[in-house]
Structures are given as structure tokens and as C-alpha cells.
Design a protein around this ligand. Structure first.
Ligand SMILES: [Zn+2]
Length: 336
């Protein structure tokens, strides 16, 4: 199919871009106190998502421009202000306390500075993320360094950062230099280290693994009720690799709910329905074929919310219907 051709060029390591509409960014943030609401989440495509209790909002990445594959191949990339504004409006996001960036490839960090500027968020990221963000000379935006296994209090939440691995194969590895400037080709957005995030909110715990590769049991001793599990590229790995990835994430933390993320074609605008990443980049159905029996045997629910759907993370009737009887003990799973 024709739409696969640009993706094949990406596989070969070519770079690309967006010619975004130039519009003046709108600052949405409202500093007034807000009402606490039930803890909820929104999946916003790729590994962009929010965890929100009304008073505190933590976002991962904040990537909304999603340039087409053709644009990505033939033009340098820059944030698309129209798409960013449209996505924030549709998600009803006015203020974000902190944006944590998974790594500094363009499908994670391209829009982070613009989103943080609009929502008055602080950014937490690697030195590469810092270089992408600070190259944009947006005065109000601040970047804080993240450290492996370091915890950061963000309002009513505590976010703990874990260094984890990038999905295979790693394209555009290395670091982003201080000379980085936008617009820039996709290959200029170097990985700069990859990270996962654990969020504790009262008695609810959430693990977010943006990139589908865990070469180690990185979450030893970590407990999480819900895992937002990056699966991009996982379906074209062998079954043992997929199984190991499940063991090192969902099983290791005794999760009861799994929300797959980063399964969608991120060269497609969020104004259209999400579509799976095409083969040979991924085979999401193959991933689910391995995951589903594992989930069933462990009484784990796999849920696939629509983009922008706000779903309640404290809704025991929906998320934790099988609260009893999984038999999972975190320590038993972390033996290798
Ligand atoms: Zn990446």
C-alpha cells in the first residue's frame, strides 16, 4: 500500500518534518485553585498521556503535531501550533503541573516546550531533552534534570523516574547537542536515554513504560495497579521477547490493568481516528496474541481506551473487577 512507502524510508533511517502553521501560542494556564476530582487518565496517542486528579496534572511527552510521513521525510520538523492548540482544547487541558519526557526522539519531545508554555508546566527530562527545549527560547519554560530512581513530588502525586531501554532497533541513538535548533530533521532528535515513570497517588499506583524494551528487571520492588505499556515495534519481535517484556513490566509490578500505548501510527493527525502502526514497523495484533492469554491466566484486564477518552483510574468496578485472586506477589516475579 502507498502509505507504507514513507514508512519504509523511515526504516532505512531517513529523517523528515512538519511545516506547521505559524500562530501565536495561547497560554491556557489558570493559576486559580481547582477542585479535586477522581483520578483519571487520557491517552493522547503515541506515549502522550495525562494523569489528572483535577488539582494536579502530570503529562508524559506532550506530542501533538504528528507530521505526516511525507512531511517527516522531506522537511525539517517544528511544532504545529494549530494541532497543539486543537489537541489541548479537545482534551480540555488548561494547566499541567509537570511534563515528563520519555526520550528525545521527535515523537516524544517535539512539542514539549510549546505544550509546557501553554500550560505553565515544568519539564523533566534528560540533557538531550533540555537541549531541544532550550533551543526554542521560550522564556517561561523551565527544564529540570531527571535521575534514575529519583522521586519528584508533583502536587498530589509522586513521580519516580527509572532509566529503561529504548525499543529495538534504536534509530537515531546518541545525544542531542547544545547546537540543536528547530526546525530540525527527525534524525537530529537523538534518543538521549530512555525513561519509565511510576506515579503514586494516594493508594493508587501507576507505571508508564513508554518504549517497548526492558532488558532487565528494572522495577524490582515496585508495585503498580495499572501499567501504561508501550508496545511500539514489539509485535515484530519474537514471542519470547514479547513474553519477557510482559514479565518484566506487568508481572513484575503485580499490575491488574494494562493499557497499551504507542501502538498507533504517529504520522496521522489526532483529528482522525487512531490507526495501528503498519507492518513491518509493528504488528500490534501479534503482541495482543501473546498478551491476552497471559492476562487471562493472571486475571489482568487489558483495556484500550479511545484517544481523548477520560477514564477513571479509581473506578474499582471497571478497572479492578478481579481484585481478588490473581495470586501475584511482586517479589516472586523478580527472581532473575
Ligand atoms: Zn524513540
Amino acid at each position: 500500500m502507498g502509505w507504507r512507502v514513507p514508512w519504509l524510508a523511515v526504516l532505512l533511517g531517513l529523517g523528515g518534518c512538519t511545516g506547521g502553521v505559524v500562530a501565536r501560542p495561547v497560554t491556557l494556564c489558570d493559576a486559580s485553585a481547582r477542585e479535586t476530582q477522581p483520578l483519571s487518565a487520557q491517552f493522547l496517542g503515541a506515549s502522550t498521556l495525562t494523569i489528572d486528579d483535577g488539582a494536579t496534572v502530570v503529562m508524559i511527552d506532550g506530542f501533538f503535531s504528528r507530521p505526516s510521513a511525507l512531511k517527516m521525510l522531506f522537511w525539517p520538523l517544528k511544532p504545529d501550533h494549530t494541532r497543539i492548540d486543537a489537541a489541548l482544547a479537545r482534551a480540555n487541558i488548561q494547566r499541567v503541573n509537570a511534563v515528563f519526557v520519555a526520550h528525545s526522539h521527535y515523537d516524544h519531545v517535539l512539542d514539549t516546550a510549546e505544550v509546557a508554555n501553554r500550560t505553565c508546566a515544568e519539564i523533566y527530562g534528560s540533557p538531550s531533552t533540555r537541549n531541544v527545549v532550550l533551543s526554542q527560547t521560550i522564556n517561561s519554560v523551565r527544564v529540570k534534570d531527571m535521575g534514575n530512581k529519583k522521586s519528584y513530588p508533583i502536587g498530589s502525586m509522586t513521580v519516580t523516574v527509572y532509566s529503561t531501554e529504548h525499543s529495538k532497533p534504536v534509530r537515531f541513538s546518541g545525544k542531542v547537542s547544545q547546537k540543536f535548533r528547530l526546525p530540525a530533521h527527525a534524525f537530529a532528535f537523538r534518543e538521549g536515554g530512555s525513561f519509565s515513570f511510576h506515579i503514586q497517588h494516594k493508594d493508587r499506583s501507576i507505571l508508564i513504560v513508554p518504549s517497548a524494551n526492558l532488558e532487565n528487571y528494572s522495577f524490582a520492588g515496585v508495585k503498580a495497579d495499572i501499567v501504561f505499556l508501550g508496545v511500539g515495534g514489539l509485535g515484530v519481535q519474537d514471542k519470547t521477547t514479547i513474553h519477557d517484556y510482559w514479565n518484566r513490566s506487568v508481572e513484575a509490578v503485580c499490575a491488574r490493568v494494562v493499557v497499551p500505548i504507542h501502538w498507533d501510527d504517529f504520522t496521522r493527525s489526532l483529528s482522525r481516528p487512531l490507526r495501528r502502526l503498519p507492518w513491518p514497523l509493528d504488528d500490534y495484533a501479534a503482541t495482543l496474541k501473546v498478551f491476552r492469554p497471559l492476562a487471562e491466566s493472571r486475571n489482568v484486564s487489558i483495556i484500550e481506551p479511545d484517544a481523548f477518552e477520560r477514564f477513571d483510574l479509581g473506578d474499582a468496578s471497571r478497572l479492578f473487577a478481579m481484585e481478588e485472586g490473581s495470586g501475584c506477589t511482586a517479589s516472586a516475579m523478580i527472581t532473575r
